[in-house]
Design a protein around this ligand. Structure first.
Ligand code: PHE
Length: 344
């Protein structure tokens, strides 16, 4: 065959080439444009071409090489497009896998459980601000500026320039006065929330933690009502065999004041490290609302009485889940957090 016809044939073959796989594409490359391919061989055959046509031959072979390369690129492109279009389309009707579902934070689980227990006996949940002023956090609660009890809680002040000064609330009791100012008795509320104290962070203390405040104000509310409410709470929260004990204590805003222990549900009061071998674990502070607090908030203390309590959520969660380091609740380590199952 005439060498010029051969070029023509090859051009036709290159244009007509069809490929379906990457393998075939590679074969195409080796056959035509590879270093030992047919076009290279053609170049070498220039010596067989008569001198007067060498120039024409050279141009034709060069053009052939060009078109082989262009063809190779377009075959390659279309192969990639096909590959892309074959990417599996997910079946959106399949049920989702629950492997990566998050889990609830243990503090949220325990908080909701507490809220639920009090809801069943008529306590309404309200919230108060975390950034508070001095009046609600202290003064209204019978703790004026020069009161030594202010030292009981190491406060983060935000600004002392204003009057009253701004601070991060040191207890959810700050919400008591806010509610009493705006609602008329009977008041029966709980306030779950975060509080802040300037404490050195350790396994047992943190600069932030959570409380659930309770406040009940109506006519003829007695200490017996407080005790019964807390006994109900302890039995719902820690099991129906739980017993409670109230120890005299001091808070400026309650009189009388008490701290409540619950019988140790870890060792069944036999004595263990958690209850420090006493059989009892302290879980909350409480008392009858001091008449001075009622008066500061515009409630007639001759007519109304009330009780209040503040429960630490971390402490309860630590006991319930046998967690021995408070810091774990704030580190957001997923390996820790995913172990807790909501029991509510
Ligand atoms: N606010 C107190 C504390 O944080 C707890 C408390 C609340 C005590 C209500 C009595 C009444 O320590």
């Amino acid at each position: 065959m005439n060498i010029f016809d051969k070029i023509e044939d090859m051009r036709g073959a290159i244009q007509a080439a069809q490929i379906e796989t990457a393998d075939q594409l590679e074969q195409f490359r080796i056959k035509y444009i590879g270093s030992k391919g047919e076009i290279k061989t053609l170049f070498k055959q220039i010596k067989e071409v008569p001198n007067e046509r060498k120039r024409e031959f050279g141009q034709l072979v060069n053009a052939l090489k060009q078109s082989a390369e262009t063809r190779f690129q377009s075959l390659k492109d279309s192969l990639e497009t096909v590959a892309e279009s074959k990417v599996e389309v997910p079946d959106l009707s399949l049920p989702i896998s629950d492997e990566r579902l998050g889990s609830r934070h243990p503090i949220s689980i325990v908080r909701d459980q507490m809220v639920d227990i009090f809801k069943r006996i008529g306590f309404v949940t309200v919230e108060g601000p975390e950034i508070e002023n001095d009046w609600f956090n202290f003064t209204a609660l019978n703790t004026p500026a020069d009161h030594p009890a202010r030292d009981m809680q190491d406060t983060f002040y935000i600004s002392k320039k204003e009057d009253p000064a701004m601070l991060l609330r040191t207890h959810t009791s700050a919400a008591q006065a806010r509610i009493m100012q705006t609602q008329k008795p009977p008041i029966r509320i709980i306030v779950p929330g975060r509080v802040f104290r300037n404490e050195t962070i350790s396994a047992r203390a943190h600069c932030q933690f959570h409380q659930v405040e309770g406040l009940y104000i109506a006519e003829n509310v007695s200490f017996a009502d407080l005790k019964q409410t807390l006994l109900y709470f302890a039995r719902e929260m820690y099991g129906e065999k739980s017993r409670i004990q109230l120890r005299p204590s001091y808070f400026p805003f309650t009189e009388p004041s008490a701290e409540m222990d619950v019988s140790c549900f870890i060792c069944d009061s036999k004595g263990c490290a958690v209850c420090k071998h006493t059989g009892w674990v302290e879980i909350l502070g409480c008392g009858m609302v001091d008449p001075a607090v009622l008066e500061a908030c515009g409630i007639d203390s001759e007519k109304y009485t009330g009780f209040a309590f503040g429960i630490g959520i971390e402490r309860t969660a630590m006991l319930k889940y046998k967690v021995n380091d408070l810091r774990l609740f704030f580190e957001n380590d997923v390996r820790f957090l995913k172990q807790f199952q909501s029991v509510v």
